[in-house]
Design a protein around this ligand. Structure first.
Ligand code: SF4
Ligand code: SF4
Ligand code: SF4
Length: 351
């Protein structure tokens, strides 16, 4: 049967990987011991939140802020000059981060990030609860893009350095972590409510705490109706997007007469990326892409969209797969009533 629903869709595989990685990134320390978890996350500084007591201690954003605050800003303020050894630790942590990302590229976002998974699970809950949902317009999706770069440059790079130099208060030394919704999401998942307490040790700390809770509440409520609300402005996305062309892992949309500009790929895209509909080649792999693969799953044309690692096609769009996938879930993520899956005919899907 040409359009039978495959048992193992790319979407199901991704959900399984996301759930396993959510468990590992939030509770990993209780499995392998804190010492081992700390060593792993020290080598791959992108895997867990430093405030999660059950896990290791590194996310690239906190590492960057601390090094810019204490190694660079404070050292320059004390010595009055800039030296290479001030930036070497920062250079090595970036190297470890990008080695990890050279392999995975932004599949970290689409397949591993705990906050990405939490937002997606909330969105699925919203669909189950029949909440109305909204796609971002093309204009809004494009207009939001500079925000993540502004947060990266301002909160992750500039303020920690100025805090080290003594120009801004010490509490601005890790300002992004103080407002990060992932810190609240991952610690709450471990049952730790300490991080949602708003401290009043000084006015700025109080403001940051209030802002963090407001942002977290907004992300949770917004995720019921819109896909990946925080990802649109996440500075870790910007940090990774700066180097996304270096990885052999990528999204490829070929220029083809077969593309009917139907726009289903964009409807399926959790980041509402307009380029996947209108462009091809390098332009189609936009800075906000999380390599989730949903556009390839829902493109009805054979081979037009592919997930590739170097020359190897990991997944290709196909009409048979599209028809089968559509039976289980709409491009917007609304599940269709469950039914017995039929075994696909040989060669109908690559997942
Ligand atoms: S954009 Fe940020 S929050 Fe979203 S999945 Fe990527 S790292 Fe996680
Ligand atoms: S879903 Fe496929 S055919 Fe339709 S616009 Fe996107 S790439 Fe083109
Ligand atoms: S363009 Fe495709 S792979 Fe990238 S985020 Fe959108 S649906 Fe996922």
């Amino acid at each position: 049967m040409a359009d039978a629903v495959p048992r193992l869709t790319l979407g199901r595989l991704r959900l399984a990987v996301q759930l396993v990685m959510l468990f590992v990134t939030v509770y990993g320390g209780s499995l392998v011991g804190y010492y081992t978890a700390e060593k792993i996350t020290g080598s791959l500084p992108a895997l867990s939140c430093a405030y999660d007591k059950l896990n290791g201690a590194h996310c690239q954003l906190i590492t960057t802020q601390h090094q810019l605050h204490h190694r660079v800003g404070e050292q320059i303020a004390q010595l009055g000059h800039f030296a290479l050894n001030m930036v070497l630790p920062l250079a090595f942590s970036f190297l470890a981060f990008y080695l990890f990302f050279v392999v995975l590229n932004k599949a970290f976002c689409g397949w591993i990030c705990p906050l990405g998974t939490v937002q997606e699970l909330i969105y699925r809950l919203g669909r189950r609860l029949k909440r109305p949902f909204r796609n971002l317009s093309e204009t809004a999706a494009r207009r939001l893009r500079p925000v993540k770069w502004a947060l990266l440059l301002g909160l992750v790079f500039a303020l920690p350095v100025t805090a080290g130099l003594g120009v801004t208060p010490a509490s601005t030394g890790d300002v992004f972590c103080q407002i990060c919704p992932s810190r609240l999401a991952t610690t709450l998942l471990t049952g730790d409510t300490e991080q949602i307490m708003v401290r009043s040790s000084d006015a700025l700390v109080f403001v940051f705490g209030a802002l963090a809770n407001t942002l977290f509440g907004f992300v949770v409520v917004a995720a019921l109706a819109a896909r990946q609300p925080f990802c649109r402005i996440c500075p870790l996305m910007a940090l990774n997007a700066a180097f996304q062309r270096l990885s052999p892992m990528r999204l490829v949309k070929t220029e083809s007469d077969k593309c009917e500009k139907c726009g289903i790929c964009r409807q399926a895209c959790p980041m509402d990326i307009p380029e996947i509909h209108h462009e091809h080649g390098r332009q189609a792999f936009a800075e906000d892409c999380t390599l989730c693969g949903r556009c390839a799953e829902y493109c009805p044309q054979d081979g037009v969209i592919q997930l590739k690692f170097g020359p190897l096609a990991l997944f290709k769009s196909s009409r048979a797969y599209y028809k089968a996938r559509f039976k289980g879930e709409t491009p917007a993520g609304e599940a269709k009533p469950l039914r017995r899956m039929e075994r696909p005919a040989a060669g109908t899907a690559d997942a």
